[in-house]
Design a protein around this ligand. Structure first.
Ligand SMILES: [Zn+2]
Length: 454
């Protein structure tokens, strides 16, 4: 007899939704079919959509060393409440930063102790860390993160062009991707110096679209030269996505990530909400957000990730210019995509599942994750698409209840999350008993292949 059977849900399979039951044994899916036999635990999913658990490839849970800002205990609970079952933690803002094998091991130990979801680890690419990349690869990192502009943390230095290019060569040799924060240091620094004390408006103008486009072009050129796999994080404009799509058509191995906040908010919200909506690249004008949606619907965006970047509340209060830049929205990715993507733009559920589950798993070569299929881990999220909710502070599972999404209304409610067959979130409550496990890339190299084009 199976451990769990899920009955009567609309199951989002790679080729579309289908009414089916799902049986689970030992944390894995054993069958997806109509009218499956009995199991020890029966879960009723009638009226609900069952999707693969979300894989958030970009979070800052700050573990170890800066858990006063978040920590994986609360961060992973918030992820689970948002329908997520696996995250990749960035090499900053943990303390120390994660730029060698020793720190990867330390982070792994800390995450194993704290996380209720499964997790992967990004290594850092900074000046001087290229010699450490092979060791980090051996310890199982999913790739290497570099900043093309100031990171906001003095200890995580910007990768100058030489570091970035040499780092990409080494990453290509190791068969792992390099993720870049693409904003031009030259442009943003010059404009920051010219700020005149107008707070949010100054900040927006100091980080223009052209600073992002210039950096994206440069990163794409280095990727073409080194044949590295490039992952461009948090692209905020349709023009940035288009540059990557052009390069891809010429054979560059590039994947594009955007974040829910660029799809939900605009720069007007930065002025309205203040520092809680401050991030880099900044929120953009309405036209850019619309263009970003068009690129997403056209299939040119590969992955949507939260870039959950929390801090202590005091760092978000007071002067806008000195406030921490980062949006703490890990719980809201799926609601944004269901409301504005599925409901408003008729984005099919299977496309949505690609953006947050199957493409992340394929791009980063995580086996048995990201899809609902026999033999895969039973990582699932149940969504009630017909219900709606308004996000309240108390709904947030993260450490500090600060999110620009508080007060926003969403069509589509997340009812339950299962990680390897265990219900870790149900009807507003965290129910996990077991902890999360470390995942690492499969050794052989698989490039990003098929992509919807409509
Ligand atoms: Zn980030």
């Amino acid at each position: 007899m199976a451990d769990v059977v899920i009955r009567g849900g609309t199951v989002v399979l790679p080729d579309g939704p289908q009414h089916a039951d799902i049986s689970i044994e030992g944390g894995r899916i054993t069958a997806i079919a109509a009218e499956l036999g009995d199991a020890q635990q029966k879960i009723d999913a009638r009226g609900l959509v069952v999707m693969p658990g979300m894989i958030d490839v970009h979070v800052h849970f700050n573990e170890p060393g800066r858990t006063g800002w978040e920590g994986a205990a609360t961060g992973s609970r918030a992820l689970a409440a948002g329908g997520g079952t696996l995250f990749f933690d960035m090499p900053l803002n943990s303390t120390p930063i994660c730029i060698n094998i020793h720190e990867v091991e330390r982070k792994r130990t800390a995450l194993e102790a704290a996380s209720i979801t499964d997790f992967g680890i990004w290594g850092g690419l900074v000046p001087g860390s290229i010699g450490e990349m092979a060791g980090m690869a051996a310890s199982g990192v999913v790739g290497f993160k570099a900043f093309m502009c100031d990171s906001g943390l003095p200890e995580f230095s910007r990768a100058d062009d030489r570091t970035l290019r040499d780092g990409m060569s080494e990453a290509a040799r190791l068969g792992l991707p390099v993720a870049v924060h693409a904003e031009s240091e030259e442009i943003t620094r010059a404009l920051s110096h010219a700020m005149t004390g107008r707070g949010a408006r100054d900040f927006l103008e100091s980080r223009p679209v052209r600073a992002e486009l210039e950096a994206i072009q440069r990163a794409l050129r280095f990727a073409a030269e080194t044949r590295a796999a490039l992952h461009i994080v948090h692209v905020s404009t349709g023009r940035g996505v288009a540059l990557a799509a052009e390069a891809r058509a010429k054979g560059v191995d590039v994947s594009v990530e955007t974040c829910p906040h660029y799809l939900w908010f605009t720069e007007d919200d930065v002025e309205r909400l203040g520092a809680v909506a401050k991030c880099a690249p900044p929120l953009r004008p309405r036209e850019d957000a619309d263009a970003l949606w068009n690129e997403l619907v056209a299939g040119h965006i590969d992955i949507v990730a939260s870039d959950h970047s929390p801090c202590e509340p005091a760092m978000k209060s007071g002067d806008f210019t000195s406030a921490w830049g980062g949006i703490a929205g890990v719980q809201s990715t799926l609601p944004v995509l269901i409301d504005r993507g599925h409901h408003d733009r008729r984005l099919p559920l299977e496309r949505l599942a690609e953006l947050v589950a199957s493409t992340p798993a394929r791009r980063f070569r995580i086996a048995r994750k990201g899809m609902l299929a026999s033999g895969y881990d039973a990582d699932l999220v149940f969504v009630d698409p017909a219900q709606s909710f308004t996000l309240q502070h108390d709904d947030l599972q993260q450490r500090h209840k600060m999110s620009p999404y508080v007060g926003q209304a969403f069509g589509g409610v997340i009812r339950r999350t299962l990680r390897r067959g265990e219900t870790i979130f149900a009807d507003g409550h965290i129910t996990a008993r077991e902890g999360g496990r470390f995942v690492r890339p499969e050794p052989c190299r698989i490039d990003l292949v098929s992509r919807a084009t409509s």
